[in-house]
Design a binder for this molecule. Structure first.
Ligand code: S3P
Length: 208
């Protein structure tokens, strides 16, 4: 922008400024609303956190990652909770957290990969929200996880493959929308999820 333009633009809104410079606004001014909470489930490394964050950013929605929330509440990393309280201890916190988040204003929620294990969790997911299952193979998931020490239940690909296969019926049981993530990047997956959520009538996006 030239100095003259800068002087001229003082006190203008971003939209007025863009219009005065003959520029299109950076993105359409949109208002997005969610009718229900949207839960992202799927194996570790499926992209639940990145896809939900991407969607939240592009649609102006609130997003929360359950594991990060638990870590903040407990002031401990997930791996430390597993080490101190065992998987059972972690699962109890996970259920309590899921119940709490399901009752909040609808938002995008990235769940931990094992959230579907407890029947109570599956009931909460099905009754209170829309569930997006991001399907991934253990091989692909391994490539996406840079630091395995953060995932106490992902030790090697063979074991992960078995765990993923065992969980598949549970992911499918709760899923309203299933997206295969094989060979796709975050943007492509996020676009597919957005379209499916609009088709389900749970996401409404309109121009301001
Ligand atoms: C787990 C997945 C992890 C985390 C914990 C257990 C699992 O979350 O909740 O390590 O049992 O699959 P991500 O799926 O976000 O890695």
């Amino acid at each position: 922008m030239s100095e003259a333009d800068a002087q001229h633009s003082k006190g203008m809104s971003a939209a007025d400024l863009s219009a005065s410079l003959g520029l299109k606004p950076a993105g359409p001014a949109m208002v997005s609303t969610l009718k229900k909470p949207v839960f992202f489930v799927g194996f570790m490394g499926a992209g639940k956190t990145s896809v939900s964050r991407k969607l939240a950013r592009s649609l102006g929605l609130t997003v929360l990652d359950m594991d990060s929330y638990i870590e903040r509440q407990q002031d401990k990393k997930v791996a430390q909770i597993f080490a101190e309280a065992g998987e059972e201890g972690f699962r109890a916190i996970e259920t309590e957290t899921l119940r709490e988040l399901a009752g909040r204003e609808p938002m995008l929620i990235g769940c931990g990969g094992g959230v579907v294990l407890a029947e109570e969790n599956r009931r909460i997911l099905k009754e209170s929200g829309v569930v997006v299952f991001l399907n991934v193979t253990a091989q692909e998931a391994r490539k996406r996880i840079s630091d395995l020490s953060t995932r106490p239940l992902f030790n090697d690909v063979e074991e992960a493959q078995k765990r993923n296969e065992d969980r598949l019926p549970l992911y499918l049981e709760v899923a309203d929308i299933t997206v295969s993530t094989a060979g796709k990047g975050v943007n492509v997956i996020a676009r597919e999820v957005r379209k499916a959520l609009e088709q389900e009538g749970v996401l409404c996006v309109r121009q301001k």
